[in-house]
Write a protein of this length. Structure first.
Ligand SMILES: [Zn+2]
Ligand SMILES: [Zn+2]
Length: 1022
């Protein structure tokens, strides 16, 4: 190979200067003093020779350029040079390491990425990273520098290999160590910079390294001290390092735990007195910390006003400067705008955004019209439209606009109901702003059409402008909503009607599967949002209904339910994605109100508005009772949506739509089970007597948690009111409560329906009385649905949760003790209300039996067990707690497979899986299907999450007779059956399980799947 290269050398290398040739000659003269092993590895133990090679490499690097690299002679020598350097670095002779590492820096700087990161280049990474642990500061620093040069040249295809190297060489550990060693008094700034920026680069790219860094309190303390150094260059790296830690949701939490100093430092770094790069990094860090709703709220609790001031300060943009656009200024403004979209999270920061005149700032960024404040208040919408149209065109900040709409939308969605002083002051500005948004919205209709015609996709601004208008026309702030609606109405006058027909056509096309242009997901989202905007105007509601909109939208909801398309907003619109935040980890995906089912949310939104319209216009055309959608099926599906794990947004809207069918509240799984108890005589402990001698059986514990105002006044049930304690079923004591004549019987019964099941069904007449009753009983969420208030963006669905009964409130009412079967690991146990030493929980029979047929049968059997005060549950204490939690809230605490999970010791992971396997077994025994399914899913995802758990899980699953799960584990082990058998890991298993794994691996090989199937050797060995 080498000879053939030399063959044509004479021709190909013509043109190389004599100087290059001399250096080349000198290099090979030195290299030839060592030996080549298989021509692949250079080898030499003599220090002087190594030094000579390094010097000649150093000299030779001078002549390497993209030009000289065209010559085969030079190109070939690069390979040899890299190999020699690699060998010398690996040799680790202390006396020449300094020289060697500085040559390495030079080499990685000179060589282009394409050459550097072929296989040989990766080989060079190994010894360089390894030397980060060098005691010679200069050597470690050079190696960090070299890595800082190499990593940006890395292509994404190579990321995994480099990750492997970094993991094996424990690079992150050494970097952390090196930084911790620094003395703050006499810090070597350059050293810190190289180490810290390499660390933050690694953490940014490879999330798996983050945990061990943010979990190291000493390291965080050290950073805390370093962040006080005022040197601008230090600040930049410190901020970068914090950002890459905060990209992990758990890391951000850790940083914010005692984060006053950090947040204050970040805010002060945003100030214009800092250098451009410091400001940029400060905004980025704040954005990371506010990636979650919780993080944003925590940050705002620390310093709300100063933060908002810093952000809005950086958003200030003066149009007069636009002629000589300052690039730095622009990039800071853009970062500030990105951060400002924290207006999407609820919190107390909105008022400061209004106070800081955000509406004015947005206008300055949107329009190239410096004299907004000189406009006259009396201008008509049409005049404003003209002004906006004229001044919009010359604006250069096009890429900003999606952020601006997001900020505006967030402000409108989270506004208080009543007009705040700040908004009212600047009515004109707000009007112009709304005109801008509405115009963009209408333009987006045009874009939508173009997209379907030419397949061009530049929909980002469409989406965000549409969303902003949607948030404004449905804003909880009446002032903004009515202003936005009236402006939208004016603007749509021209061709609104046309568009409605078109939008319905797009959605219909989705349903029929017809190839109608390109109804991509983003296009569907925009169509739905636009239609929802139209629905805010009565004229268009009518029009949509005329075009069979109701039928189409109900069909759309049904279509989605049978083909659920899960979409996250971040993944559909480009402006929310960047290489930076895309690398975040451990952030909950369920926090956003729209979640991943925004198609469902927006279609329900439209349905609700159309129903609203027909409900109000029914009197006008009452003869037309014909409905063109399957009513009962829809009602059923809507209840399912409420019960299922959909986002809060779609559940709210499903409940809202249900209110138009006379169903008020929030159906839930637990509510469905508890609901059956109402009026049941057995196990009830209270009887409500109406004046007309009728009565209803209830349960004090449920009333205590769900609606305490229904209980007679005084602590629990006062004795003088219960007109006689009668002995009823078995040993149950039933307290009788006589209701006064003022209590309306049907209303109370309905209200109890809500208390027990989370929702109620009521006719129009009853609703009026119920409103009074609900207000009296302080059932806010029921009030809201009874009054049919629009769901407020961002508000969680009220959960049906009986857990408070486990606290002091329900303690006196407890009539059963659950004891854990196995009580290992509990040293300090004491109960607040009794002196029993065995770990136990005080619970309520009635709640347990509503979800568990086994216990119901047990309690009702009339046998000895039915009067038991204590039941020993044959599971661990941990499992028992999860079980009870599930009984009371229908929520099983489940492991989250994040960084923390990934870094758990295998034993700890296994201990957790063990709980769920145990619960699977118990759920089967006690006949609790729902719980069984949930636990089963958890075990499956645990098996998927870590390969090496299977060997242990299979045995425990078998011990609990969970054969289905054992089989899943066996299938997971199948590809590595051979290795497992050799390593002896299978020896611990029962024979039938080993056979199970073997059979699975045979099946695998027969199916031809999995590279690690059984080989001939396996067969022979067996
Ligand atoms: Zn993480
Ligand atoms: Zn106790």
């Amino acid at each position: 190979m080498r000879s053939s290269a030399k063959h044509g050398a004479a021709d190909n290398n013509r043109g190389l200067s004599g100087h290059v040739l001399t250096l080349h000659q000198r290099l090979y003269h030195a290299l030839n003093l060592g030996t080549w092993v298989n021509r692949k590895k250079w080898h030499c133990t003599d220090i002087e020779t190594q030094r000579l090679v390094l010097r000649s490499v150093d000299a030779y690097l001078e002549c390497i350029s993209s030009e000289t690299l065209q010559y085969p002679l030079v190109k070939d020598s690069v390979v040899d040079m890299v190999r020699a350097l690699e060998s010398i670095l690996e040799f680790k002779n202390q006396s020449i390491l300094r020289l060697a590492s500085s040559v390495a820096v030079k080499m990685v700087k000179v060589l282009p990425g394409s050459i550097l990161l072929q296989n040989r280049g990766l080989d060079l990474i190994c010894p360089i990273v390894d030397l980060l642990s060098s005691h010679q500061l200069q050597v470690a620093m050079s190696c960090a520098t070299a890595m800082n040069v190499i990593l940006p040249k890395l292509s994404s295809r190579r990321e995994r290999e480099v990750w492997q190297i970094l993991k094996e060489t424990k690079a992150v550990g050494y970097l952390v160590h090196n930084i911790k060693q620094l003395s703050i008094v006499n810090i070597q700034i350059e050293y810190f910079q190289e180490m810290a920026s390499l660390l933050s680069r690694i953490l940014l790219w490879w999330p798996s390294f983050r945990f061990c860094v943010w979990n190291d309190s000493n390291f965080l303390n050290c950073l805390d001290a370093i962040k006080l150094i005022s040197e601008s260059s230090v600040k930049v790296v410190v901020l970068q390092l914090y950002s890459s830690l905060a990209l992990c949701g758990n890391g951000a939490q850790k940083l914010l735990e005692n984060g006053e100093a950090l947040v204050q430092m970040t805010v002060s770094c945003m100030d214009s007195s800092n250098s451009h790069s410091v400001r940029m990094e400060a905004f980025k860090l704040a954005r990371c910390l506010a990636l979650s709703r919780r993080g944003c709220i925590q940050m705002m609790n620390i310093c709300c006003e100063p933060l908002v001031k810093a952000v809005t300060g950086a958003m200030k943009y003066s149009n007069t400067l636009s002629e000589k656009l300052d690039k730095n200024q622009l990039s800071v403004t853009e970062e500030a705008c990105r951060l400002a979209s924290i207006t999407r999270w609820p919190g107390n920061h909105h008022i400061y955004f209004w106070k800081a005149g955000t509406d004015r700032l947005l206008l300055d960024l949107l329009l190239d019209y410096p004299k907004i404040h000189q406009l006259q208040r009396e201008l008509s919408v049409n005049d404003l439209i003209n002004i906006v149209r004229e001044s919009q065109n010359s604006n250069l900040l096009f890429s900003f606009r999606p952020y601006l709409w997001d900020i505006l939308g967030g402000l409108a969605a989270n506004c208080e109901e009543n007009i705040s002083h700040e908004i009212h002051e600047n009515e004109l500005q707000l009007r112009v702003l709304i005109v801008c948004a509405c115009l963009s919205f209408v333009d987006s209709m045009g874009t939508l059409r173009q997209v379907s015609q030419n397949g061009v996709t530049n929909m980002t601004e469409c989406e965000s402008a549409c969303r902003a208008v949607l948030m404004m026309v449905y804003s909880p702030c009446k002032y903004i909503a009515s202003l936005a609606r009236s402006i939208l109405y004016e603007i749509l006058k021209a061709d609104g009607k046309d568009y409605v027909e078109y939008l319905l056509k797009i959605l219909n096309a989705v349903l029929t599967g017809a190839k109608f242009g390109l109804p991509g997901n983003l296009q569907i989202v925009v169509s739905l949002m636009s239609l929802a905007c139209y629905c805010s105007l009565p004229t268009y509601q009518e029009l949509i209904i005329k075009f069979q909109g109701m039928k189409i939208m109900v069909a759309f909801v049904m279509w989605w339910l049978s083909n659920p398309v899960h979409l996250k907003r971040e993944s559909t619109v480009p402006h929310l994605r960047d290489s930076f935040s895309e690398r975040s980890c451990c952030y909950p995906s369920t926090e956003e109100w729209e979640g991943e089912d925004m198609l469902l949310l927006f279609s329900l939104w439209i349905v609700s508005e159309l129903l609203h319209h027909s409900a109000y216009n029914k009197k006008a055309n009452s003869s037309d009772n014909h409905e063109d959608f399957p009513r009962s099926q829809l009602i059923q599906e809507l209840q399912e949506i409420c019960r299922d794990r959909n986002s809060h947004g779609s559940r709210w809207y499903a409940a809202y739509v249900l209110s138009y069918f006379g169903i008020f509240g929030f159906p839930s799984k637990l509510g469905k089970r508890i609901g059956k108890l109402l009026g049941e005589r057995e196990h009830s402990d209270m009887k409500l007597h109406f004046v007309n001698e009728e009565s209803v059986y209830v349960h004090e514990v449920i009333l205590t948690v769900r609606c305490p105002s229904l209980l007679p006044p005084g602590e629990s049930v006062p004795k003088q009111k219960s007109s006689g304690v009668k002995s009823d079923v078995g040993r149950n004591i039933v307290k009788a409560v006589h209701l006064s004549a003022h209590v309306d019987q049907p209303s109370l019964l309905k209200l109890l329906e809500y208390v027990y099941s989370g929702y109620l069904q009521a006719s129009k007449d009853l609703v009026k009385k119920l409103k009074l009753f609900a207000r009296h009983c302080k059932l806010e969420s029921l009030m809201q649905v009874l009054c049919r208030k629009n769901p407020k963006w961002g508000v969680d669905v009220p959960s049906f949760d009986l857990s408070p009964a486990l606290g002091p409130a329900g303690h006196n009412l407890s009539n059963l003790i659950l004891e854990a079967g196995s009580t290992t690991q509990l040293v300090h146990w004491n109960c607040n209300s009794c002196s029993a030493l065995v770990p136990h929980l005080h619970v309520h029979k009635v709640i347990l039996l509503s979800s568990c047929d086994y216990l119901r049968a047990l309690f009702q059997s009339g046998m000895q067990e039915s009067n038991l005060q204590t039941i020993k549950v044959p599971v661990s204490w941990e499992s028992l707690n999860k079980l009870v939690r599930w009984f009371y809230s229908d929520r099983l605490p489940v492991p989250i497979f994040d960084c923390v999970w990934a870094n758990l010791e295998p034993e700890e992971k296994f201990r957790q899986v063990h709980t769920y396997l145990e619960l699977c077994w118990l759920a089967e025994f006690w006949l609790i299907d729902d719980l069984y399914e949930e636990c089963y899913e958890v075990v499956i995802s645990c098996i998927d999450s870590s390969q090496n758990l299977s060997t242990k899980i299979i045995q425990i699953a078998a011990n609990f007779s969970q054969w289905k799960l054992a089989q899943v584990a066996a299938n997971h082990m199948a590809p590595s059956y051979h290795q497992l058998r050799i390593s002896g890991e299978l020896d611990q298993l029962d024979d039938n399980l080993v056979e199970m794994v073997r059979a699975a691996s045979v099946r695998l090989s027969q199916e031809g799947g999995g590279g690690g199937g059984i080989t001939l050797v396996d067969w022979l060995c067996y």
